[in-house]
Design a protein around this ligand. Structure first.
Ligand code: CO
Length: 134
């Protein structure tokens, strides 16, 4: 079912500081900050040779990462995104095996314009999993 790692997302309390750290201390190529109000985050992409890291900062009142940052005020790894070829087939197979798909269970359009779903972290060893159809 799983393909490549599409990205690893890190929630940060200060996006400008995190971006500067990745750019200046780690020497990585970073994008401009992109506000995604429909997802409640502002994102910076760190472009790596084999994958991406996404730095996420809360945007707006009901950001999905606000609670995570309350529990992890210094920031932390928020989710890992795996690519799948067919997100509906993946969802149905996971649901049949007892894994919990978050939200309505219907894919939403993610930060890259592709359909995504999230899986409950308690079903996968404490890690929130995003599936993205590519
Ligand atoms: Co993501």
């Amino acid at each position: 079912m799983l393909g490549r790692v599409n990205h690893i997302a890190i929630a940060v309390p200060d996006l400008a500081a995190a971006t500067a750290s990745y750019r200046d201390t780690l020497g990585a190529k970073v994008s401009q900050a992109q506000p995604l109000p429909e997802h409640g985050v502002t994102v910076v992409f760190v472009e790596l040779g084999n994958t991406k890291v996404e730095l996420l900062e809360p945007l707006g009142e009901s950001s999905p990462i606000a609670t995570f940052l309350e529990k992890n005020p210094a920031g932390g790894m928020h989710h890992i995104c795996y690519e799948v070829e067919d997100i509906i087939a993946a969802r149905d197979q996971l649901s049949d095996s007892g894994a919990r798909v978050l939200g309505s269970g219907e894919p939403k359009i993610g930060a890259h314009g592709k359909p995504v779903l999230f899986l409950h972290p308690k079903d996968f060893f404490g890690t929130l999993i995003e599936l993205e159809q590519v």
